[in-house]
Design a binder for this molecule. Structure first.
Ligand SMILES: [Zn+2]
Length: 681
C-alpha cells in the first residue's frame, strides 16, 4: 500500500507541476480544465517515442503506417490522479488509484475547515454534488487515465445584526459574524416589568417570541426585539360568598357570576400577555371594599366586576363607573360597548362617576382605594340581575366566557397587547368555578381570538410569504376567525404558500385551498434563499460563449462571484429568472448572466456521435515531437488524413476530446493524436 501511495503522489506531483507551468500567463478559467490529463502521460511516452519517431522519419512516405496507429488506444490500467484548487483547501481520496479497464474507483471529496466545494470534475466533466459543505463521494468506471479535479472556495462570513427598540427595556444577543452554513441563535431578554412584544427578523414581524435560530446561514440578517412595558391588571370579583340573589331568577347570585367571570377574564387577559392579579384568593374570603382597591398598588388598571340591580325589571344596560373626571375613558367606553353587544342589552351602556358629598372623594370604596394607590379603577356592571333575560344570560358559563373574551379584547386593544407571545403553560383545566361543567378538552389549534359579536371589519392584504406549520392540529378555517368553521387540519412541518394575511398579521390564507390559519406561535416564516417569486424552473442547457463569465451567488451582478464559468462548457440549468436573464446552474446552484454570454444548447440532440458531447474547448498549445503525424478530419484514426503536422512546430488547439487524446488545431480544424506525439508548450 505504501508503495502504491508513493507512486500516486509522485504522479500527482508531476501533474501539479506541469499544470502550474501551463497556467501562466493564461487565465485560470481557460486553462485549468484541460491541462492535466495529457500532461501526466507526456514524460514516459515521450521517452518511449524517441526511437519510434526516428523510425517514422524514414518511413514518413508510407501513408499506411501512421504513427498513431501503433499506439494502443485502450491501456489496460488507468491511473487516477487528483487536483485540488487552491492548494490545501480540501482533499480528494481515490480508491484505488489505478484500475484495470472495466473496474470502478471511488472518490471522497472533503473540504478543509473553512472551505466548501465549488466544483468537481472528472476529466473535465462536471459532477453533481449534493452538499458543498460536507463529504462528497462517488463511484465511476474510468475509461482512460483520469483526473479528478475539485475546486474549493473559502466559506463566507455573514453578519447577524441585532438591535432593540429601547435598551432600557431589554437586551438582545450581541451582533455577531457567522460562518457560512453555520447556525446562530438570537435571544431577547426583557427587563423586569417588560416583555418581548415582537421579534422582527429581516423586517418581518414574528410576534412575541423571545428567540430565533438561523440555520445554514448564507446571507446577512437583522433581528430587532421590540420590548413593551408589562401591563398589570388587578381584577376584583366583587362580593364574596353567596351575595345578591336575583329576585327574578332564583339560582343566580351576583357574587357567583362575578367570581366565575373574573377567572375567565384573568385567563383571557393572560393569553394576551397581561400580568393579572386578583384581590381575593377564594370566593368565600371577604375583604373590605377599600382594601380591594388598594390591592391594585403598582397595577395599571383596577376592575371590579358586578351585575346591577334596579327597582325596574326592564332596566337592561351596562354601566361603567369610573373615577372622578374620567368621563371619556376609552377603556370604559370600550367595555360598555362590548358588554352591550355581547349581551345584546335592550339599552345602551352608560358611564358614570359618583362622588361623596364633599364633591372630591370617590363614593365607592373600591374606587377610593384604587385612587389612593394611584391606580385607574372602574366598576363594571354587567346589566341587571333584576332583569330576567339578563340574569339568565349571565347564568351561562359559556356566555361568561364570551364576555371575558370580549372584555379582554378591548383591554388588549387599548394597551396594544397581542396574543402572539404569551408563554404557554399554566393549568387550563383548573376551573375556578366549581359549578362549571368540565368541557371536553379539545386541543386548542389556535388561540381563540377575542371577537366582539360585532367584529370590526378586518382588512386583508396580499402576501407571498411562506410559513411552516410548527404544531399538529392547526385548524384550517373557512375565514380568519377561531369561530369560523374548521375545514381540516394543516400538516405539521409542512410549508404553505400564503396568498393573503389579515392586516394585523395574525391570520394567513393558504394559496392552494383558500383556507385560513392562525399564524403567531403556530407557524414560522420560511425565508427563501432566493425569492421564488422571481424565478422559474428551467431544464435548459446553455453553452458559455465567453471566458470569465462569473458564477454568482444570486441573480444580480452585485452578488458575490463564486468563480468563473468555463468557456464552451455546457451547463444544465435548474432555474431562470422570470425575465430570462439569469440562469441557475444545476450542479452548484450558482447564477450566470445569459444574454450575450451563453447560447442555448438543444437538450435532445445528444447522441454519442455528436461532436459536442465528446469534446471540450482547449486553448492549449502543443509541439509536435514526431514527423509524419497525421492531421485528420475527425478524432479517429479511421478519419481521413488531411496532411501531416510538422515536427517541432507548435500548434494552437481549440478543442480536445474529453479523454484528452485528440486535439483540434485552431488554424485548420483538423485533429491530431496527442499522447506520445506531442508535448505541451
Ligand atoms: Zn355588586
Amino acid at each position: 500500500m505504501k508503495k502504491s501511495n508513493r507512486v500516486l503522489s509522485i504522479l500527482i506531483s508531476t501533474v501539479m507541476i506541469t499544470s502550474a507551468f501551463s497556467f501562466a500567463p493564461a487565465s485560470f478559467a481557460e486553462t485549468a480544465d484541460d491541462t492535466a490529463a495529457p500532461a501526466a502521460e507526456t514524460t514516459s511516452e515521450e521517452a518511449a517515442l524517441g526511437q519510434a519517431s526516428q523510425a517514422e522519419d524514414t518511413a514518413a512516405e508510407n501513408p499506411v503506417q501512421t504513427p498513431e496507429q501503433d499506439v494502443p488506444e485502450t491501456a489496460e490500467v488507468y491511473k487516477i490522479s487528483t487536483i485540488v484548487q487552491p492548494q490545501n483547501s480540501g482533499t480528494i481520496k481515490v480508491n484505488p488509484s489505478e484500475v484495470s479497464k472495466g473496474e470502478s474507483a471511488t472518490y471522497t471529496v472533503v473540504p478543509a475547515d473553512g472551505n466548501k466545494l465549488v466544483s468537481l470534475e472528472i476529466n473535465g466533466k462536471e459532477q453533481e454534488t449534493e452538499d458543498p459543505y460536507g463529504t462528497v463521494t462517488g463511484t465511476f468506471v474510468p475509461e482512460a487515465d483520469t483526473v479528478i479535479k475539485a475546486v474549493f472556495d473559502s466559506l463566507g462570513t455573514y453578519k447577524i445584526t441585532t438591535s432593540v427598540n429601547s435598551s432600557s427595556k431589554g437586551s438582545i444577543t450581541k451582533s455577531a459574524n457567522v460562518s457560512e452554513n453555520g447556525s446562530f441563535t438570537v435571544k431577547a431578554t426583557p427587563k423586569d416589568g417588560y416583555y418581548v412584544a415582537d421579534l422582527q427578523v429581516d423586517g418581518e414581524s414574528l410576534g412575541s417570541i423571545s428567540s430565533y435560530t438561523f440555520d445554514h446561514v448564507t446571507s446577512n440578517h437583522k433581528v430587532k426585539a421590540v420590548f413593551k412595558k408589562q401591563i398589570k391588571i388587578m381584577l376584583d370579583a366583587g362580593h364574596f360568598g353567596n351575595y345578591n340573589r336575583s329576585p327574578v331568577y332564583a339560582s343566580y347570585y351576583e357574587s357567583k357570576m362575578s367570581w366565575a367571570l373574573h377567572n375567565y377574564l384573568k385567563k383571557e387577559l393572560e393569553s394576551y400577555g397581561f400580568e393579572v392579579g386578583v384581590t381575593r384568593s377564594s370566593q368565600a374570603k371577604d375583604l373590605g371594599v377599600y382594601y380591594r382597591g388598594t390591592a391594585s398598588k403598582g397595577y395599571d388598571l383596577f376592575l371590579s366586576l358586578h351585575s346591577n340591580s334596579s327597582t325596574s325589571k326592564t332596566s337592561d344596560y351596562p354601566l361603567i363607573i369610573t373615577q372622578k373626571g374620567n368621563t371619556g375613558d376609552a377603556i370604559a367606553k370600550g367595555l360598555g360597548k362590548a358588554i352591550q353587544s355581547t349581551m345584546k342589552t335592550k339599552q345602551a351602556y352608560k358611564i358614570w362617576q359618583k362622588l361623596n358629598k364633599d364633591g372630591k372623594t370617590e363614593y365607592y370604596g373600591v374606587l377610593r382605594g384604587a385612587k389612593a394607590v394611584g391606580t385607574k379603577g372602574m366598576i363594571v356592571e354587567h346589566s341587571f340581575h333584576t332583569n330576567l333575560a339578563a340574569t339568565k344570560w349571565l347564568s351561562s358559563n359559556s356566555n361568561l366566557k364570551k364576555m371575558a373574551k370580549a372584555e379582554a379584547a378591548i383591554l388588549a386593544d387599548d394597551y396594544g397587547m397581542t396574543k402572539d407571545s404569551v408563554p404557554s403553560g399554566g393549568d387550563d383545566n383548573a376551573s375556578a368555578n366549581p359549578s362549571e361543567p368540565t368541557e371536553p378538552t379539545t386541543k386548542p389549534s389556535e388561540p381563540t381570538t377575542s371577537e366582539p359579536t360585532t367584529p370590526a371589519p378586518v382588512k386583508t392584504v396580499s402576501t407571498s410569504q411562506k410559513v411552516k406549520v410548527l404544531v399538529a392540529d392547526l385548524n384550517m378555517r373557512k375565514s380568519y376567525s377561531s369561530s369560523s368553521k374548521s375545514m381540516g387540519k394543516a400538516t405539521k412541518d409542512k410549508t404553505y404558500q400564503l396568498k393573503a394575511k389579515t392586516e394585523d398579521g395574525k391570520w394567513g390564507q393558504i394559496k392552494s385551498n383558500g383556507y385560513w390559519i392562525y399564524l403567531p406561535g403556530y407557524t414560522k416564516v420560511v425565508k427563501d434563499q432566493e425569492s421564488d417569486s422571481k424565478t422559474v424552473a428551467s431544464s435548459q442547457k446553455v453553452k458559455v460563449t465567453v471566458s470569465n463569465l462569473n458564477m454568482r451567488k444570486s441573480y444580480s451582478s452585485s452578488s458575490k462571484s463564486m468563480g468563473k464559468a468555463k468557456k464552451n462548457k455546457t451547463y444544465q440549468l435548474k432555474a431562470k429568472t422570470k425575465d430570462g436573464k439569469w440562469g441557475q446552474i444545476k450542479s452548484n446552484g450558482y447564477w450566470i448572466y445569459l444574454p450575450g454570454y451563453t447560447k442555448v444548447v438543444s437538450g435532445t440532440k445528444s447522441s454519442s456521435s455528436s461532436s459536442t458531447s465528446k469534446t471540450v474547448a482547449s486553448s492549449q498549445k502543443v509541439k509536435i515531437t514526431v514527423s509524419s503525424l497525421n492531421m485528420r478530419k475527425s478524432y479517429s484514426t479511421s478519419a481521413k488524413s488531411m496532411g501531416k503536422a510538422k515536427k517541432n512546430k507548435v500548434y494552437q488547439l481549440k478543442a480536445k476530446t474529453k479523454d484528452g487524446k485528440w486535439g483540434q488545431i485552431k488554424s485548420n480544424g483538423y485533429w491530431i493524436y496527442l499522447p506520445g506525439y506531442t508535448k505541451l508548450v
